[in-house]
Design a protein around this ligand. Sequence first.
Ligand SMILES: Cc1cc2nc3c(=O)[nH]c(=O)nc-3n(C[C@H](O)[C@H](O)[C@H](O)COP(=O)(O)OP(=O)(O)OC[C@H]3O[C@@H](n4cnc5c(N)ncnc54)[C@H](O)[C@@H]3O)c2cc1C
Length: 68
Amino acid sequence: MPSDELRRRYRFTAELAKRAEAKGVAFLTGREIRGLRATDKGATAVVAEGPAGEETIAGDAFVVALGS
Ligand SMILES: Cc1cc2nc3c(=O)[nH]c(=O)nc-3n(C[C@H](O)[C@H](O)[C@H](O)COP(=O)(O)OP(=O)(O)OC[C@H]3O[C@@H](n4cnc5c(N)ncnc54)[C@H](O)[C@@H]3O)c2cc1C
């Protein structure tokens, strides 16, 4: 049985995701990050392996949060 604290964390995270999606954020799950593409100015894209095979997802900024 989850504690109140766990329920609050879940609700906070779910609400944050809902609001981000409302602002145009897309959450792409079920993908394994294989690497980053970069130029001398910095990272330009992330390379991921997903259900449709390898894909390169371009972006302006990247947060690496793959654990320790
Ligand atoms: C047994 C244990 C008990 C803990 N208890 C507490 C506690 O009571 N309180 C507390 O504050 N902290 C606790 N911690 C620490 C807490 O779990 C971590 O600090 C926290 O989970 C770190 O979050 P994170 O998002 O940085 O990394 P993670 O939670 O490790 O998330 C990283 C995610 O990245 C994914 N990932 C990794 N590589 C790739 C890849 N190449 N492609 C795609 N995905 C990838 C992983 O599958 C994972 O889902 C505990 C840790 C352990 C091990």
